[in-house]
Design a protein around this ligand. Sequence first.
Ligand code: S3P
Length: 202
Amino acid sequence: MSASVMLRCVMEARAVFLVGFMASGKSSVGRELARRLGWDFVDLDTRIESRERQTVPEIFRERGESGFRLAETSALSELLTESLQSHRVVALGGGAFVQDSNRELLRQWPSVFLEAPASELWQRSLTDGIERPLRGNPEQFAQLYAQRLPFYRKASLVVDTAGKPVASICAEIEDALQLKTPGAESDLSRNDSSNFGTGESQ
Ligand code: S3P
C-alpha cells in the first residue's frame, strides 16, 4: 500500500478486518485490539451463529460448506452496513477472505492478514477447544492453508505473528495503520470509491 493510500485508509477507517487461517488468533487479537482502541469487537462466526440460530458445525452438517458460505456472505453484508455507524474490529472466519465476493465487499476497508506457519496454527488448533469442520488432519490442514495463502496475502497489511504475544501484534497493527494518530477517528464520509482494501482492481 502506498503512503498516501495508507493515510487515506487510516483517516477514514471505521473498521479493521482481521483475516487468516484457522487458529491464527483473529479473535484474540481482535478482542485485544478493540479494547486498546476503545472500538467494538465483532466475531463474524458468532454473528453467523446468532443470525442462523445454529452453530457453525451444525450449519456445515445441515447445509454443507456452500450453505455456510452463503450465510457468511450475508452476515458480512449486514455487518458492513452497520460498520458505517461505529468503529469496530472484525474477526473473519478462516475461509471468508478467500471468497471473491467477500473480498469485493471488503475492498474499501483495511484488512490485516495474521500470518503464521501451518505447523504453529495446527498446534494452536489442537488446544483452543473450537470445533472446526474443515480442520482435517495435519496434511489436509497444511494443504488448505497453502491454497489460501495467495488470497490472504491480498489483505492491505500482512503481520507475521509467529511466536509473538497478542499485545505486540496489536501494537504492530496500530503502528502500520496509524490507528492512534490524532484525527484517525475523524468522521469522514465512507461514500467514496477509494480502494484501500485488498489492492485488487475494481
Ligand atoms: C473456516 C474457519 C472457521 C469457521 C468455519 C470455516 C474456514 O473460523 O468460519 O469453520 O473455512 O477456514 P476460524 O478461522 O475462526 O476457525
